[in-house]
Design a protein around this ligand. Structure first.
Ligand code: GAL
Length: 951
């Protein structure tokens, strides 16, 4: 077989990233670029030191070239978009020669640093080949001392989209070639600081520091290491102990460290902390951790793999503001700024190597590099580069060997490489279920029932007793769970309760933080978020690339509010006259927080108890906070932090319910007139049962049992045929097979009683015998119309129902005000972050524009709803806790659209559905479907509302 060209050539030994006062020249900016269809046909002129690049195109560096009009983005989850015959790649392999001229005055050695080149680069300086890059998200440094000359220099990087390393980089994301991270030229003065290895441990009030320094030319003799704040002044390799504050994600205390040689001073920010595995518990500084994490990819809707620094800072703050305390850098080392920001803001980080071979699943893992010794050097090299660049960051508490690359000899090799370079951190890898070479047992998308079993240490034994004992003795994490695709994720609370109730379960990482949509516009200029298939790809996985808690512009999806609530490190429980406060932080007490309360328009503050992590205490409610109505208590930041201002709400709870308006009494008497039956303000058609109110024809009410399927309803098989984690059969397919979306109505009777009109119908699909019997009983006090609905299944349905709702049509586009949960959507297993109150929204604001239209926007526990036109006329609906959705489109129209911009232009008017029961949302797009308590099996459902015309 051909030797795989998967190891970089000519690179320097990997080393740590640190700030230095030595000369650095950034080459970021406008470069020249020249395109070829294939390495074989690309011009053979790169050895020319005077290559004329004046006529070449221009491109910014860093950049992902398909986002600059060359080629197209291509999204596939696992499947390789080329024949699987490693190490070969197609001849049709776009090549971009990137070139730039730079002025340089040589000093000491000169290095060229490339932070990220996707997929493979050949690097020449003044026509001299200096090496190759292999590992898109890994830093490569080249010693260009012999190639560089005083004055003007020419750097050319020939970048190929496909390379043998593509087989090692099959992460679930867009394939986006380019020089997508920074390029710099570095002066390395003789006697300067080549590398720094910081060991900063913490035990019982003391920090222990030892720093190893490699000098540029041998021994680091005149080098001093200082931590001025602690009065430390050490030689390399010397160990010192000082009274120091520990670093943690909750209290990210950093100290400035200075390393000075005669010719160079380096600066690092260090944190003292010790990661340890104690039996089945994951500990930092002797405190067990609960990881409330997200998986973070790097993506920008306009720039692709290039994410502006301000966007990164914003998104990390947004995570902190939503109580996220951990990040898994799925599935590659992030931009070098990220670990430093994580140190400062405070996150527990699992930093992952750039490695995934998932597509080998389609060839039965035959030829998988994970188990092929020919790839050992390359995989060791990847692991080495991963560890060495970032090893000095306190935020990183674990290394991860990669993702979904199955098992094999090279997992052991990578683990060995990581441990040889850094024995202080545990190792993570999910893809080898035996966990033979790692320190934590990790899984993805396991059902809560299985998580409970593993949490108790009662999982199915492995065949090999020694391996089983090894794995059973480890902490457990879910490196991915709660797939946040489209409407969802449902069931977050269940996972959190399991994490909190087990010593072994150290928490997990929601999949995922961010949607990877790409901004595009329709021919008539309307913006939409493009996904797989929108660029003409044949092999693609559709909108499976858009599965985040925030959209590609980092705007929160409704699920993020649920995350903030579920991850809150303080639990508040309101009793009769007191609040129980539970400190669920890992490390800190509650002195950084204060209590606030509000009851209707009254508000005040209260003291939180200064309790430590894991403790709880009860504090009396101030007298003003006692009484009827909705009481909200919250724990808010007492002072500004680097991620939120004083007053930012960290945790909250509510008690009470808005008072349901009194139902109308049945005093009006029905009167027949022609085909109509008049009852107070209502007219009911004696033949069709159709209701009008005043002059308003409501085109119903009509029973609906279906919704526009969510991504979770459609399940993994639809979302991405290759996603694999299809634990539950897709709900939407069952609904469709049972004809749930297409029901027909037969009126059984319109009965006039002394003080009521009762409309009885049978609603059922074509083809089958099953259906539902509906009784709508109308009463009136002469002013409002009371509606009592009862729905009974008729026959045996083979599927769940999506909802039990009554749909009417309003002939105007309403403003909406409601009392109930808000401001955003809530379904039976979501909406934990929504609170009781009085809310208003436009019709447009009610829905969530997911990248693929689907059911969204249900407001729950509603007691009062007003929908009015511009003149203030309309409808008021009161009840004792119904849900509603309102939309200009029918569910069928939503279901048929691939993007929001494909929906018909909204007509004036809207469909209002009042729901008396709903099916949960779950996470069936990749993971468990709707959990039993939230399933809507066909059953009898009753509800009551009152309708009144406004004004
Ligand atoms: C996992 C994988 C992720 C992503 C996710 C589904 O299997 O590790 O990269 O594909 O499923 O969105």
């Amino acid at each position: 077989m051909t030797a795989p060209d998967v190891v970089p050539q000519g690179t320097c030994a990997p080393r740590a990233r640190f700030e230095t006062d030595a000369r650095i020249l950034s080459l970021d900016g406008e470069w020249a670029v020249r395109w070829s269809d294939s390495p074989a046909t690309a011009p053979d002129d790169l050895a020319d030191p005077d290559l004329d690049i004046a006529a070449w195109d221009r491109i910014p560096v860093p950049s992902s070239w398909p986002l600059h009009g060359h080629g197209a983005p291509l999204y596939a989850n696992k499947r390789f978009p080329f024949p699987v015959e490693p190490p070969h790649v197609p001849d049709d392999n776009p090549v971009a020669d990137h070139a730039v001229r730079f002025d340089w005055t040589p000093g000491g050695r000169t290095l060229l640093r490339l932070d990220g080149v996707d997929a493979a680069g050949t690097v020449l300086v003044n026509g001299i080949l200096v090496g190759t890059t292999r590992g898109s998200r890994l830093v490569h440094e080249f010693d260009i001392t012999d190639a560089v000359r005083p004055g003007s220099n020419l750097l050319v990087i020939r970048v190929a989209q496909w390379a043998p390393t593509s087989y090692l980089e099959d992460q679930d994301m867009w394939w986006l070639p380019g020089v997508f991270r920074s390029v710099a030229v570095l002066d390395r003065p003789a006697g300067g600081i080549r590398d720094v290895r910081v060991e900063a441990d913490w035990t019982e009030g003391h920090g222990t520091l030892r720093v190893e320094v490699d000098a540029e030319d041998g021994e680091a003799r005149s080098v001093r290491i200082r931590v001025p704040e602690l009065g430390l002044d050490l030689a390399p390799g010397e160990t010192a102990t000082a009274v120091a504050e520990p670093w943690s994600a909750e209290s990210p205390r950093l100290y400035d460290l200075e390393i000075a040689s005669a010719v160079e001073t380096a600066r690092l920010r260090i944190g003292f902390r010790t990661v340890r595995i104690d039996g089945v518990r994951l500990m930092v500084n002797d405190r067990p951790l609960l990881l409330r994490g997200v998986n973070r990819h790097e993506h920008d809707p306009d720039l692709g793999r290039v994410v502006p620094r301000e966007v990164v800072e914003h998104e990390l703050r947004l995570m902190k503001q939503h109580n996220i305390n951990a990040i898994r850098t799925s599935h590659y080392p992030p931009h070098p700024d990220v670990p430093a920001l994580a140190d400062e803001l405070g996150f527990w980080v699992i930093l992952e190597c750039d490695f995934e071979t998932h597509g080998f699943e389609y060839v039965d893992w035959h030829g998988n590099p994970t188990d092929d010794p020919a790839y050992e050097t390359a995989l060791r090299d990847r692991m080495a580069r991963t560890v060495e660049r970032d090893r000095n960051h306190p935020s990183i508490i674990m290394w991860s060997l990669g993702n979904e690359s199955y098992a094999g000899c090279n997992i052991a090799a990578m683990a060995d490489e990581a441990r040889r370079r850094d024995a202080s951190r545990p190792l993570h890898y999910e893809g080898d279920r035996s966990s033979a070479h790692v320190d934590v047992y990790s899984r993805m998308y396991a059902h809560p029932e299985e998580v409970a079993v593993i949490g108790r240490g009662e999982e199915e034994p492995l065949g090999d007793a020694a391996l089983d004992a090894h794995r059973r003795g480890m902490p457990f994490i879910l490196c991915e769970y709660a797939h946040a695709m489209g409407n969802g994720p449902g069931g977050l609370r269940e996972y959190q309760e399991l994490f909190e109730s087990s010593d072994r379960a150290a928490g997990g990482f929601i999949w995922e933080w961010l949607e990877h949509g790409i901004r595009r516009h329709t021919a008539d200029g309307r913006e939409f978020s493009a996904y797989g298939g929108d660029f003409g790809e044949h092999v693609h996985d559709g909108n499976f690339v858009a599965d985040g808690l925030v959209d590609a512009d980092r705007r929160p999806r409704p699920g993020l509010a649920d995350v903030a609530k579920v991850f809150a490190p303080v639990r508040l429980t309101i009793g009769e006259s007191a609040v129980t406060v539970e400190n669920r932080h890992d490390v800190v007490d509650l002195s950084h927080l204060r209590g606030v309360w509000s009851l209707d328009s009254a508000r005040g503050t209260f003291d939180l108890p200064g309790i430590g992590p894991g403790e709880s205490a009860t504090v009396p409610l101030p007298p003003g906070a006692q009484g009827p109505g909705v009481l909200t208590v919250a724990a808010v930041l007492a002072d500004d932090t680097n991620w939120a201002s004083a007053g930012h709400e960290v945790a909250w709870a509510q008690r009470g319910a808005p008072v349901a308006p009194a139902a109308s009494s049945a005093s009006a008497v029905p009167e027949r007139g022609g085909r109509g039956i008049h009852l107070g303000p209502a007219r009911i058609d004696a033949v069709t049962g159709r209701l009008s109110l005043g002059g308003l024809d409501l085109a119903g009410p009509e029973l609906v049992l279906w919704r526009a399927p969510t991504d979770n309803d459609l399940g993994a098989a639809h979302a991405a045929p290759s996603s694999g984690h299809d634990l539950d059969p897709p709900e939407a397919a069952d609904w469709d097979a049972a004809e749930l979306p297409r029901l027909m109505t037969r009126v059984l009777g319109v009965d006039v009683e002394p003080d009521a009109v009762v409309v009885r119908t049978r609603v059922a699909p074509a083809v089958f015998g099953w259906g539902a019997l509906v009784a709508l009983r109308y009463e009136s006090d002469g002013d409002a119309i009371g509606l009592h609905v009862r729905v009974d299944p008729d026959g045996t349905w083979p599927c769940t129902w999506a909802r039990v709702g009554l749909r009417i049509h309003l002939p105007f586009t309403p403003s909406v005000r409601w009392t109930g949960l808000g401001p955003d959507q809530a379904y039976p297993d979501t909406g934990l972050g929504q609170r009781l109150g009085a809310w208003e929204a436009t019709l447009e604001q009610l829905r969530t524009d997911y990248v693929r239209p689907q059911e969204s926007g249900s407001r729950a526990q509603v007691t009062e709803l007003e929908m009015t036109d511009v003149a203030g006329s309309g409808l008021r609906i009161t009840g004792d806790g119904f849900a509603f959705t309102a939309n200009p489109w029918t569910a069928a129209e939503l279901a048929a659209a691939a993007h929001p911009t494909d929906l018909p232009t909204p007509r004036d008017g809207c469909w209002l559905t009042i729901d008396f029961a709903q099916h949960g949302v779950g996470t069936g797009a990749c993971g468990p479907g709707v959990l039993p308590p939230y399933r809507l099996e066909p059953r009898s459902v009753e509800g009551r509302v009152a309708l009144r015309l406004l004004p």
